[in-house]
Design a protein around this ligand. Structure first.
Ligand code: TRP
Length: 323
């Protein structure tokens, strides 16, 4: 390497080291400020998220688990024999285990998640519990295209996308995701998608503003991560968790609000905050049964059957392909 190149590299301390730095700077220098929610899930964030799913106010996990348990045989009866179950971004295999237990004909399980630590631990336990199942974890960002393991190439595919994670996409992104998942799962594939329902906004509000403050911690952990990994100096005492239901868009919005006017240094860039200015960290869109079925139909899938307890919905879709 020439001296000039070395000097040039050293002279550019603001040059983003990686995708995390690039995405964070891009989000914090836009108007309004935002951060990509996929970065919530470092080890601490994943553990906090597990705690959210156990909170009394956070009904979606409990409701979806019960709905899966009550209807597992009916859901599994839609799966082709000898199939692979491909789960998008599930974090833990807790929900997939219900389907694996009900459908003895599932040959392989491919959990796809961006958080590798959780995934590997979980896969080891799954292999002990289901010794005949092929377990092939993939550490990938499931919103992008990725290659499936060669071992399952010839098997029919069933997609599984629980947890209302689809609600964390913008509706047009949800449509793109459903199309891209369809292309990957192939013709005739079945897709099981869990979706939180539009409902009383007080129930929705409480689910994202728990009394114990775990959701607040989860949201603020994003700043802790930016401080640690990008050498930023966010004052954790000067930002607050704000979550509310936006009825016009049928979505919960999560923000981090600056409690005062302040400057923050992030990876060599100074970010100015007005008092009360927020960083928008996530949306959680809510759908009615009908509005989700319409989204699915418009994205290359036809609804086969839907199960609901009035709180959340589980949709079994079949790929219709492009018309
Ligand atoms: N997708 C679920 C939801 O939107 C889980 C989730 C994702 C979540 N990010 C979150 C829950 C942040 C609470 C806070 O509800």
């Amino acid at each position: 390497m020439t001296r000039a190149v070395r000097t040039a590299r050293r002279a550019a301390p603001t040059a983003p080291a990686n995708a995390f730095a690039t995405d964070v700077i891009a989000g914090l220098t836009s108007k309004p400020k935002h951060l990509p929610p996929k970065y919530f899930y470092d080890l601490a964030g994943s553990a906090l998220f597990e705690r959210i799913t156990q909170l009394p106010e956070y009904y979606p996990t409990r409701c979806e688990l019960a709905l899966l348990r009550d209807n597992a045989p009916a859901i599994a009866s839609l799966f082709p024999p000898g199939c692979t179950l491909i789960e998008f971004g599930g974090g833990s295999s807790r929900k997939a285990r219900i389907l694996l237990g009900a459908a003895a004909t599932i040959e392989a399980y491919v959990p796809v998640d961006i958080s590798g630590d959780f995934l590997q631990q979980d896969a080891a336990q799954l292999r002990r519990d289901f010794p005949r199942l092929g377990v092939h974890p993939l550490v990938e960002d499931f919103t992008k295209a990725f290659a499936l393991p060669g071992a399952i190439a010839a098997l029919p595919r069933v997609g599984f996308f629980p947890g209302s994670t689809i609600g964390n996409f913008e509706p047009h992104e949800a449509c793109q995701f459903l199309r891209h998942a369809g292309a990957m799962l192939g013709d005739g594939a079945v897709f099981v998608v869990g979706v939180d329902l539009v409902k009383d906004d007080k129930i929705l509000y409480r689910a994202y503003n728990d009394a114990e403050g775990v959701t607040a911690k989860f949201n603020l952990n994003l700043l802790t991560r930016i401080n640690r990994e990008l050498g930023a100096d966010f004052d954790l005492g000067a930002f607050e968790h704000h979550a509310f239901y936006n009825a016009k868009h049928n979505r919960i919005e999560m923000h981090l609000a600056s409690t005062r006017r302040q400057k923050v240094r992030v990876n060599g860039t100074t970010i100015d905050f007005r008092a009360g200015e927020t960083i928008h960290t996530e949306n959680s869109y809510k759908y009615t049964i009908e509005s989700f079925q319409a989204l699915a139909r418009g994205s290359g899938w036809s609804p086969l059957k839907t199960w609901s307890d009035g709180m959340v919905g589980i949709h079994a879709l079949q790929r219709t392909g492009e018309r």
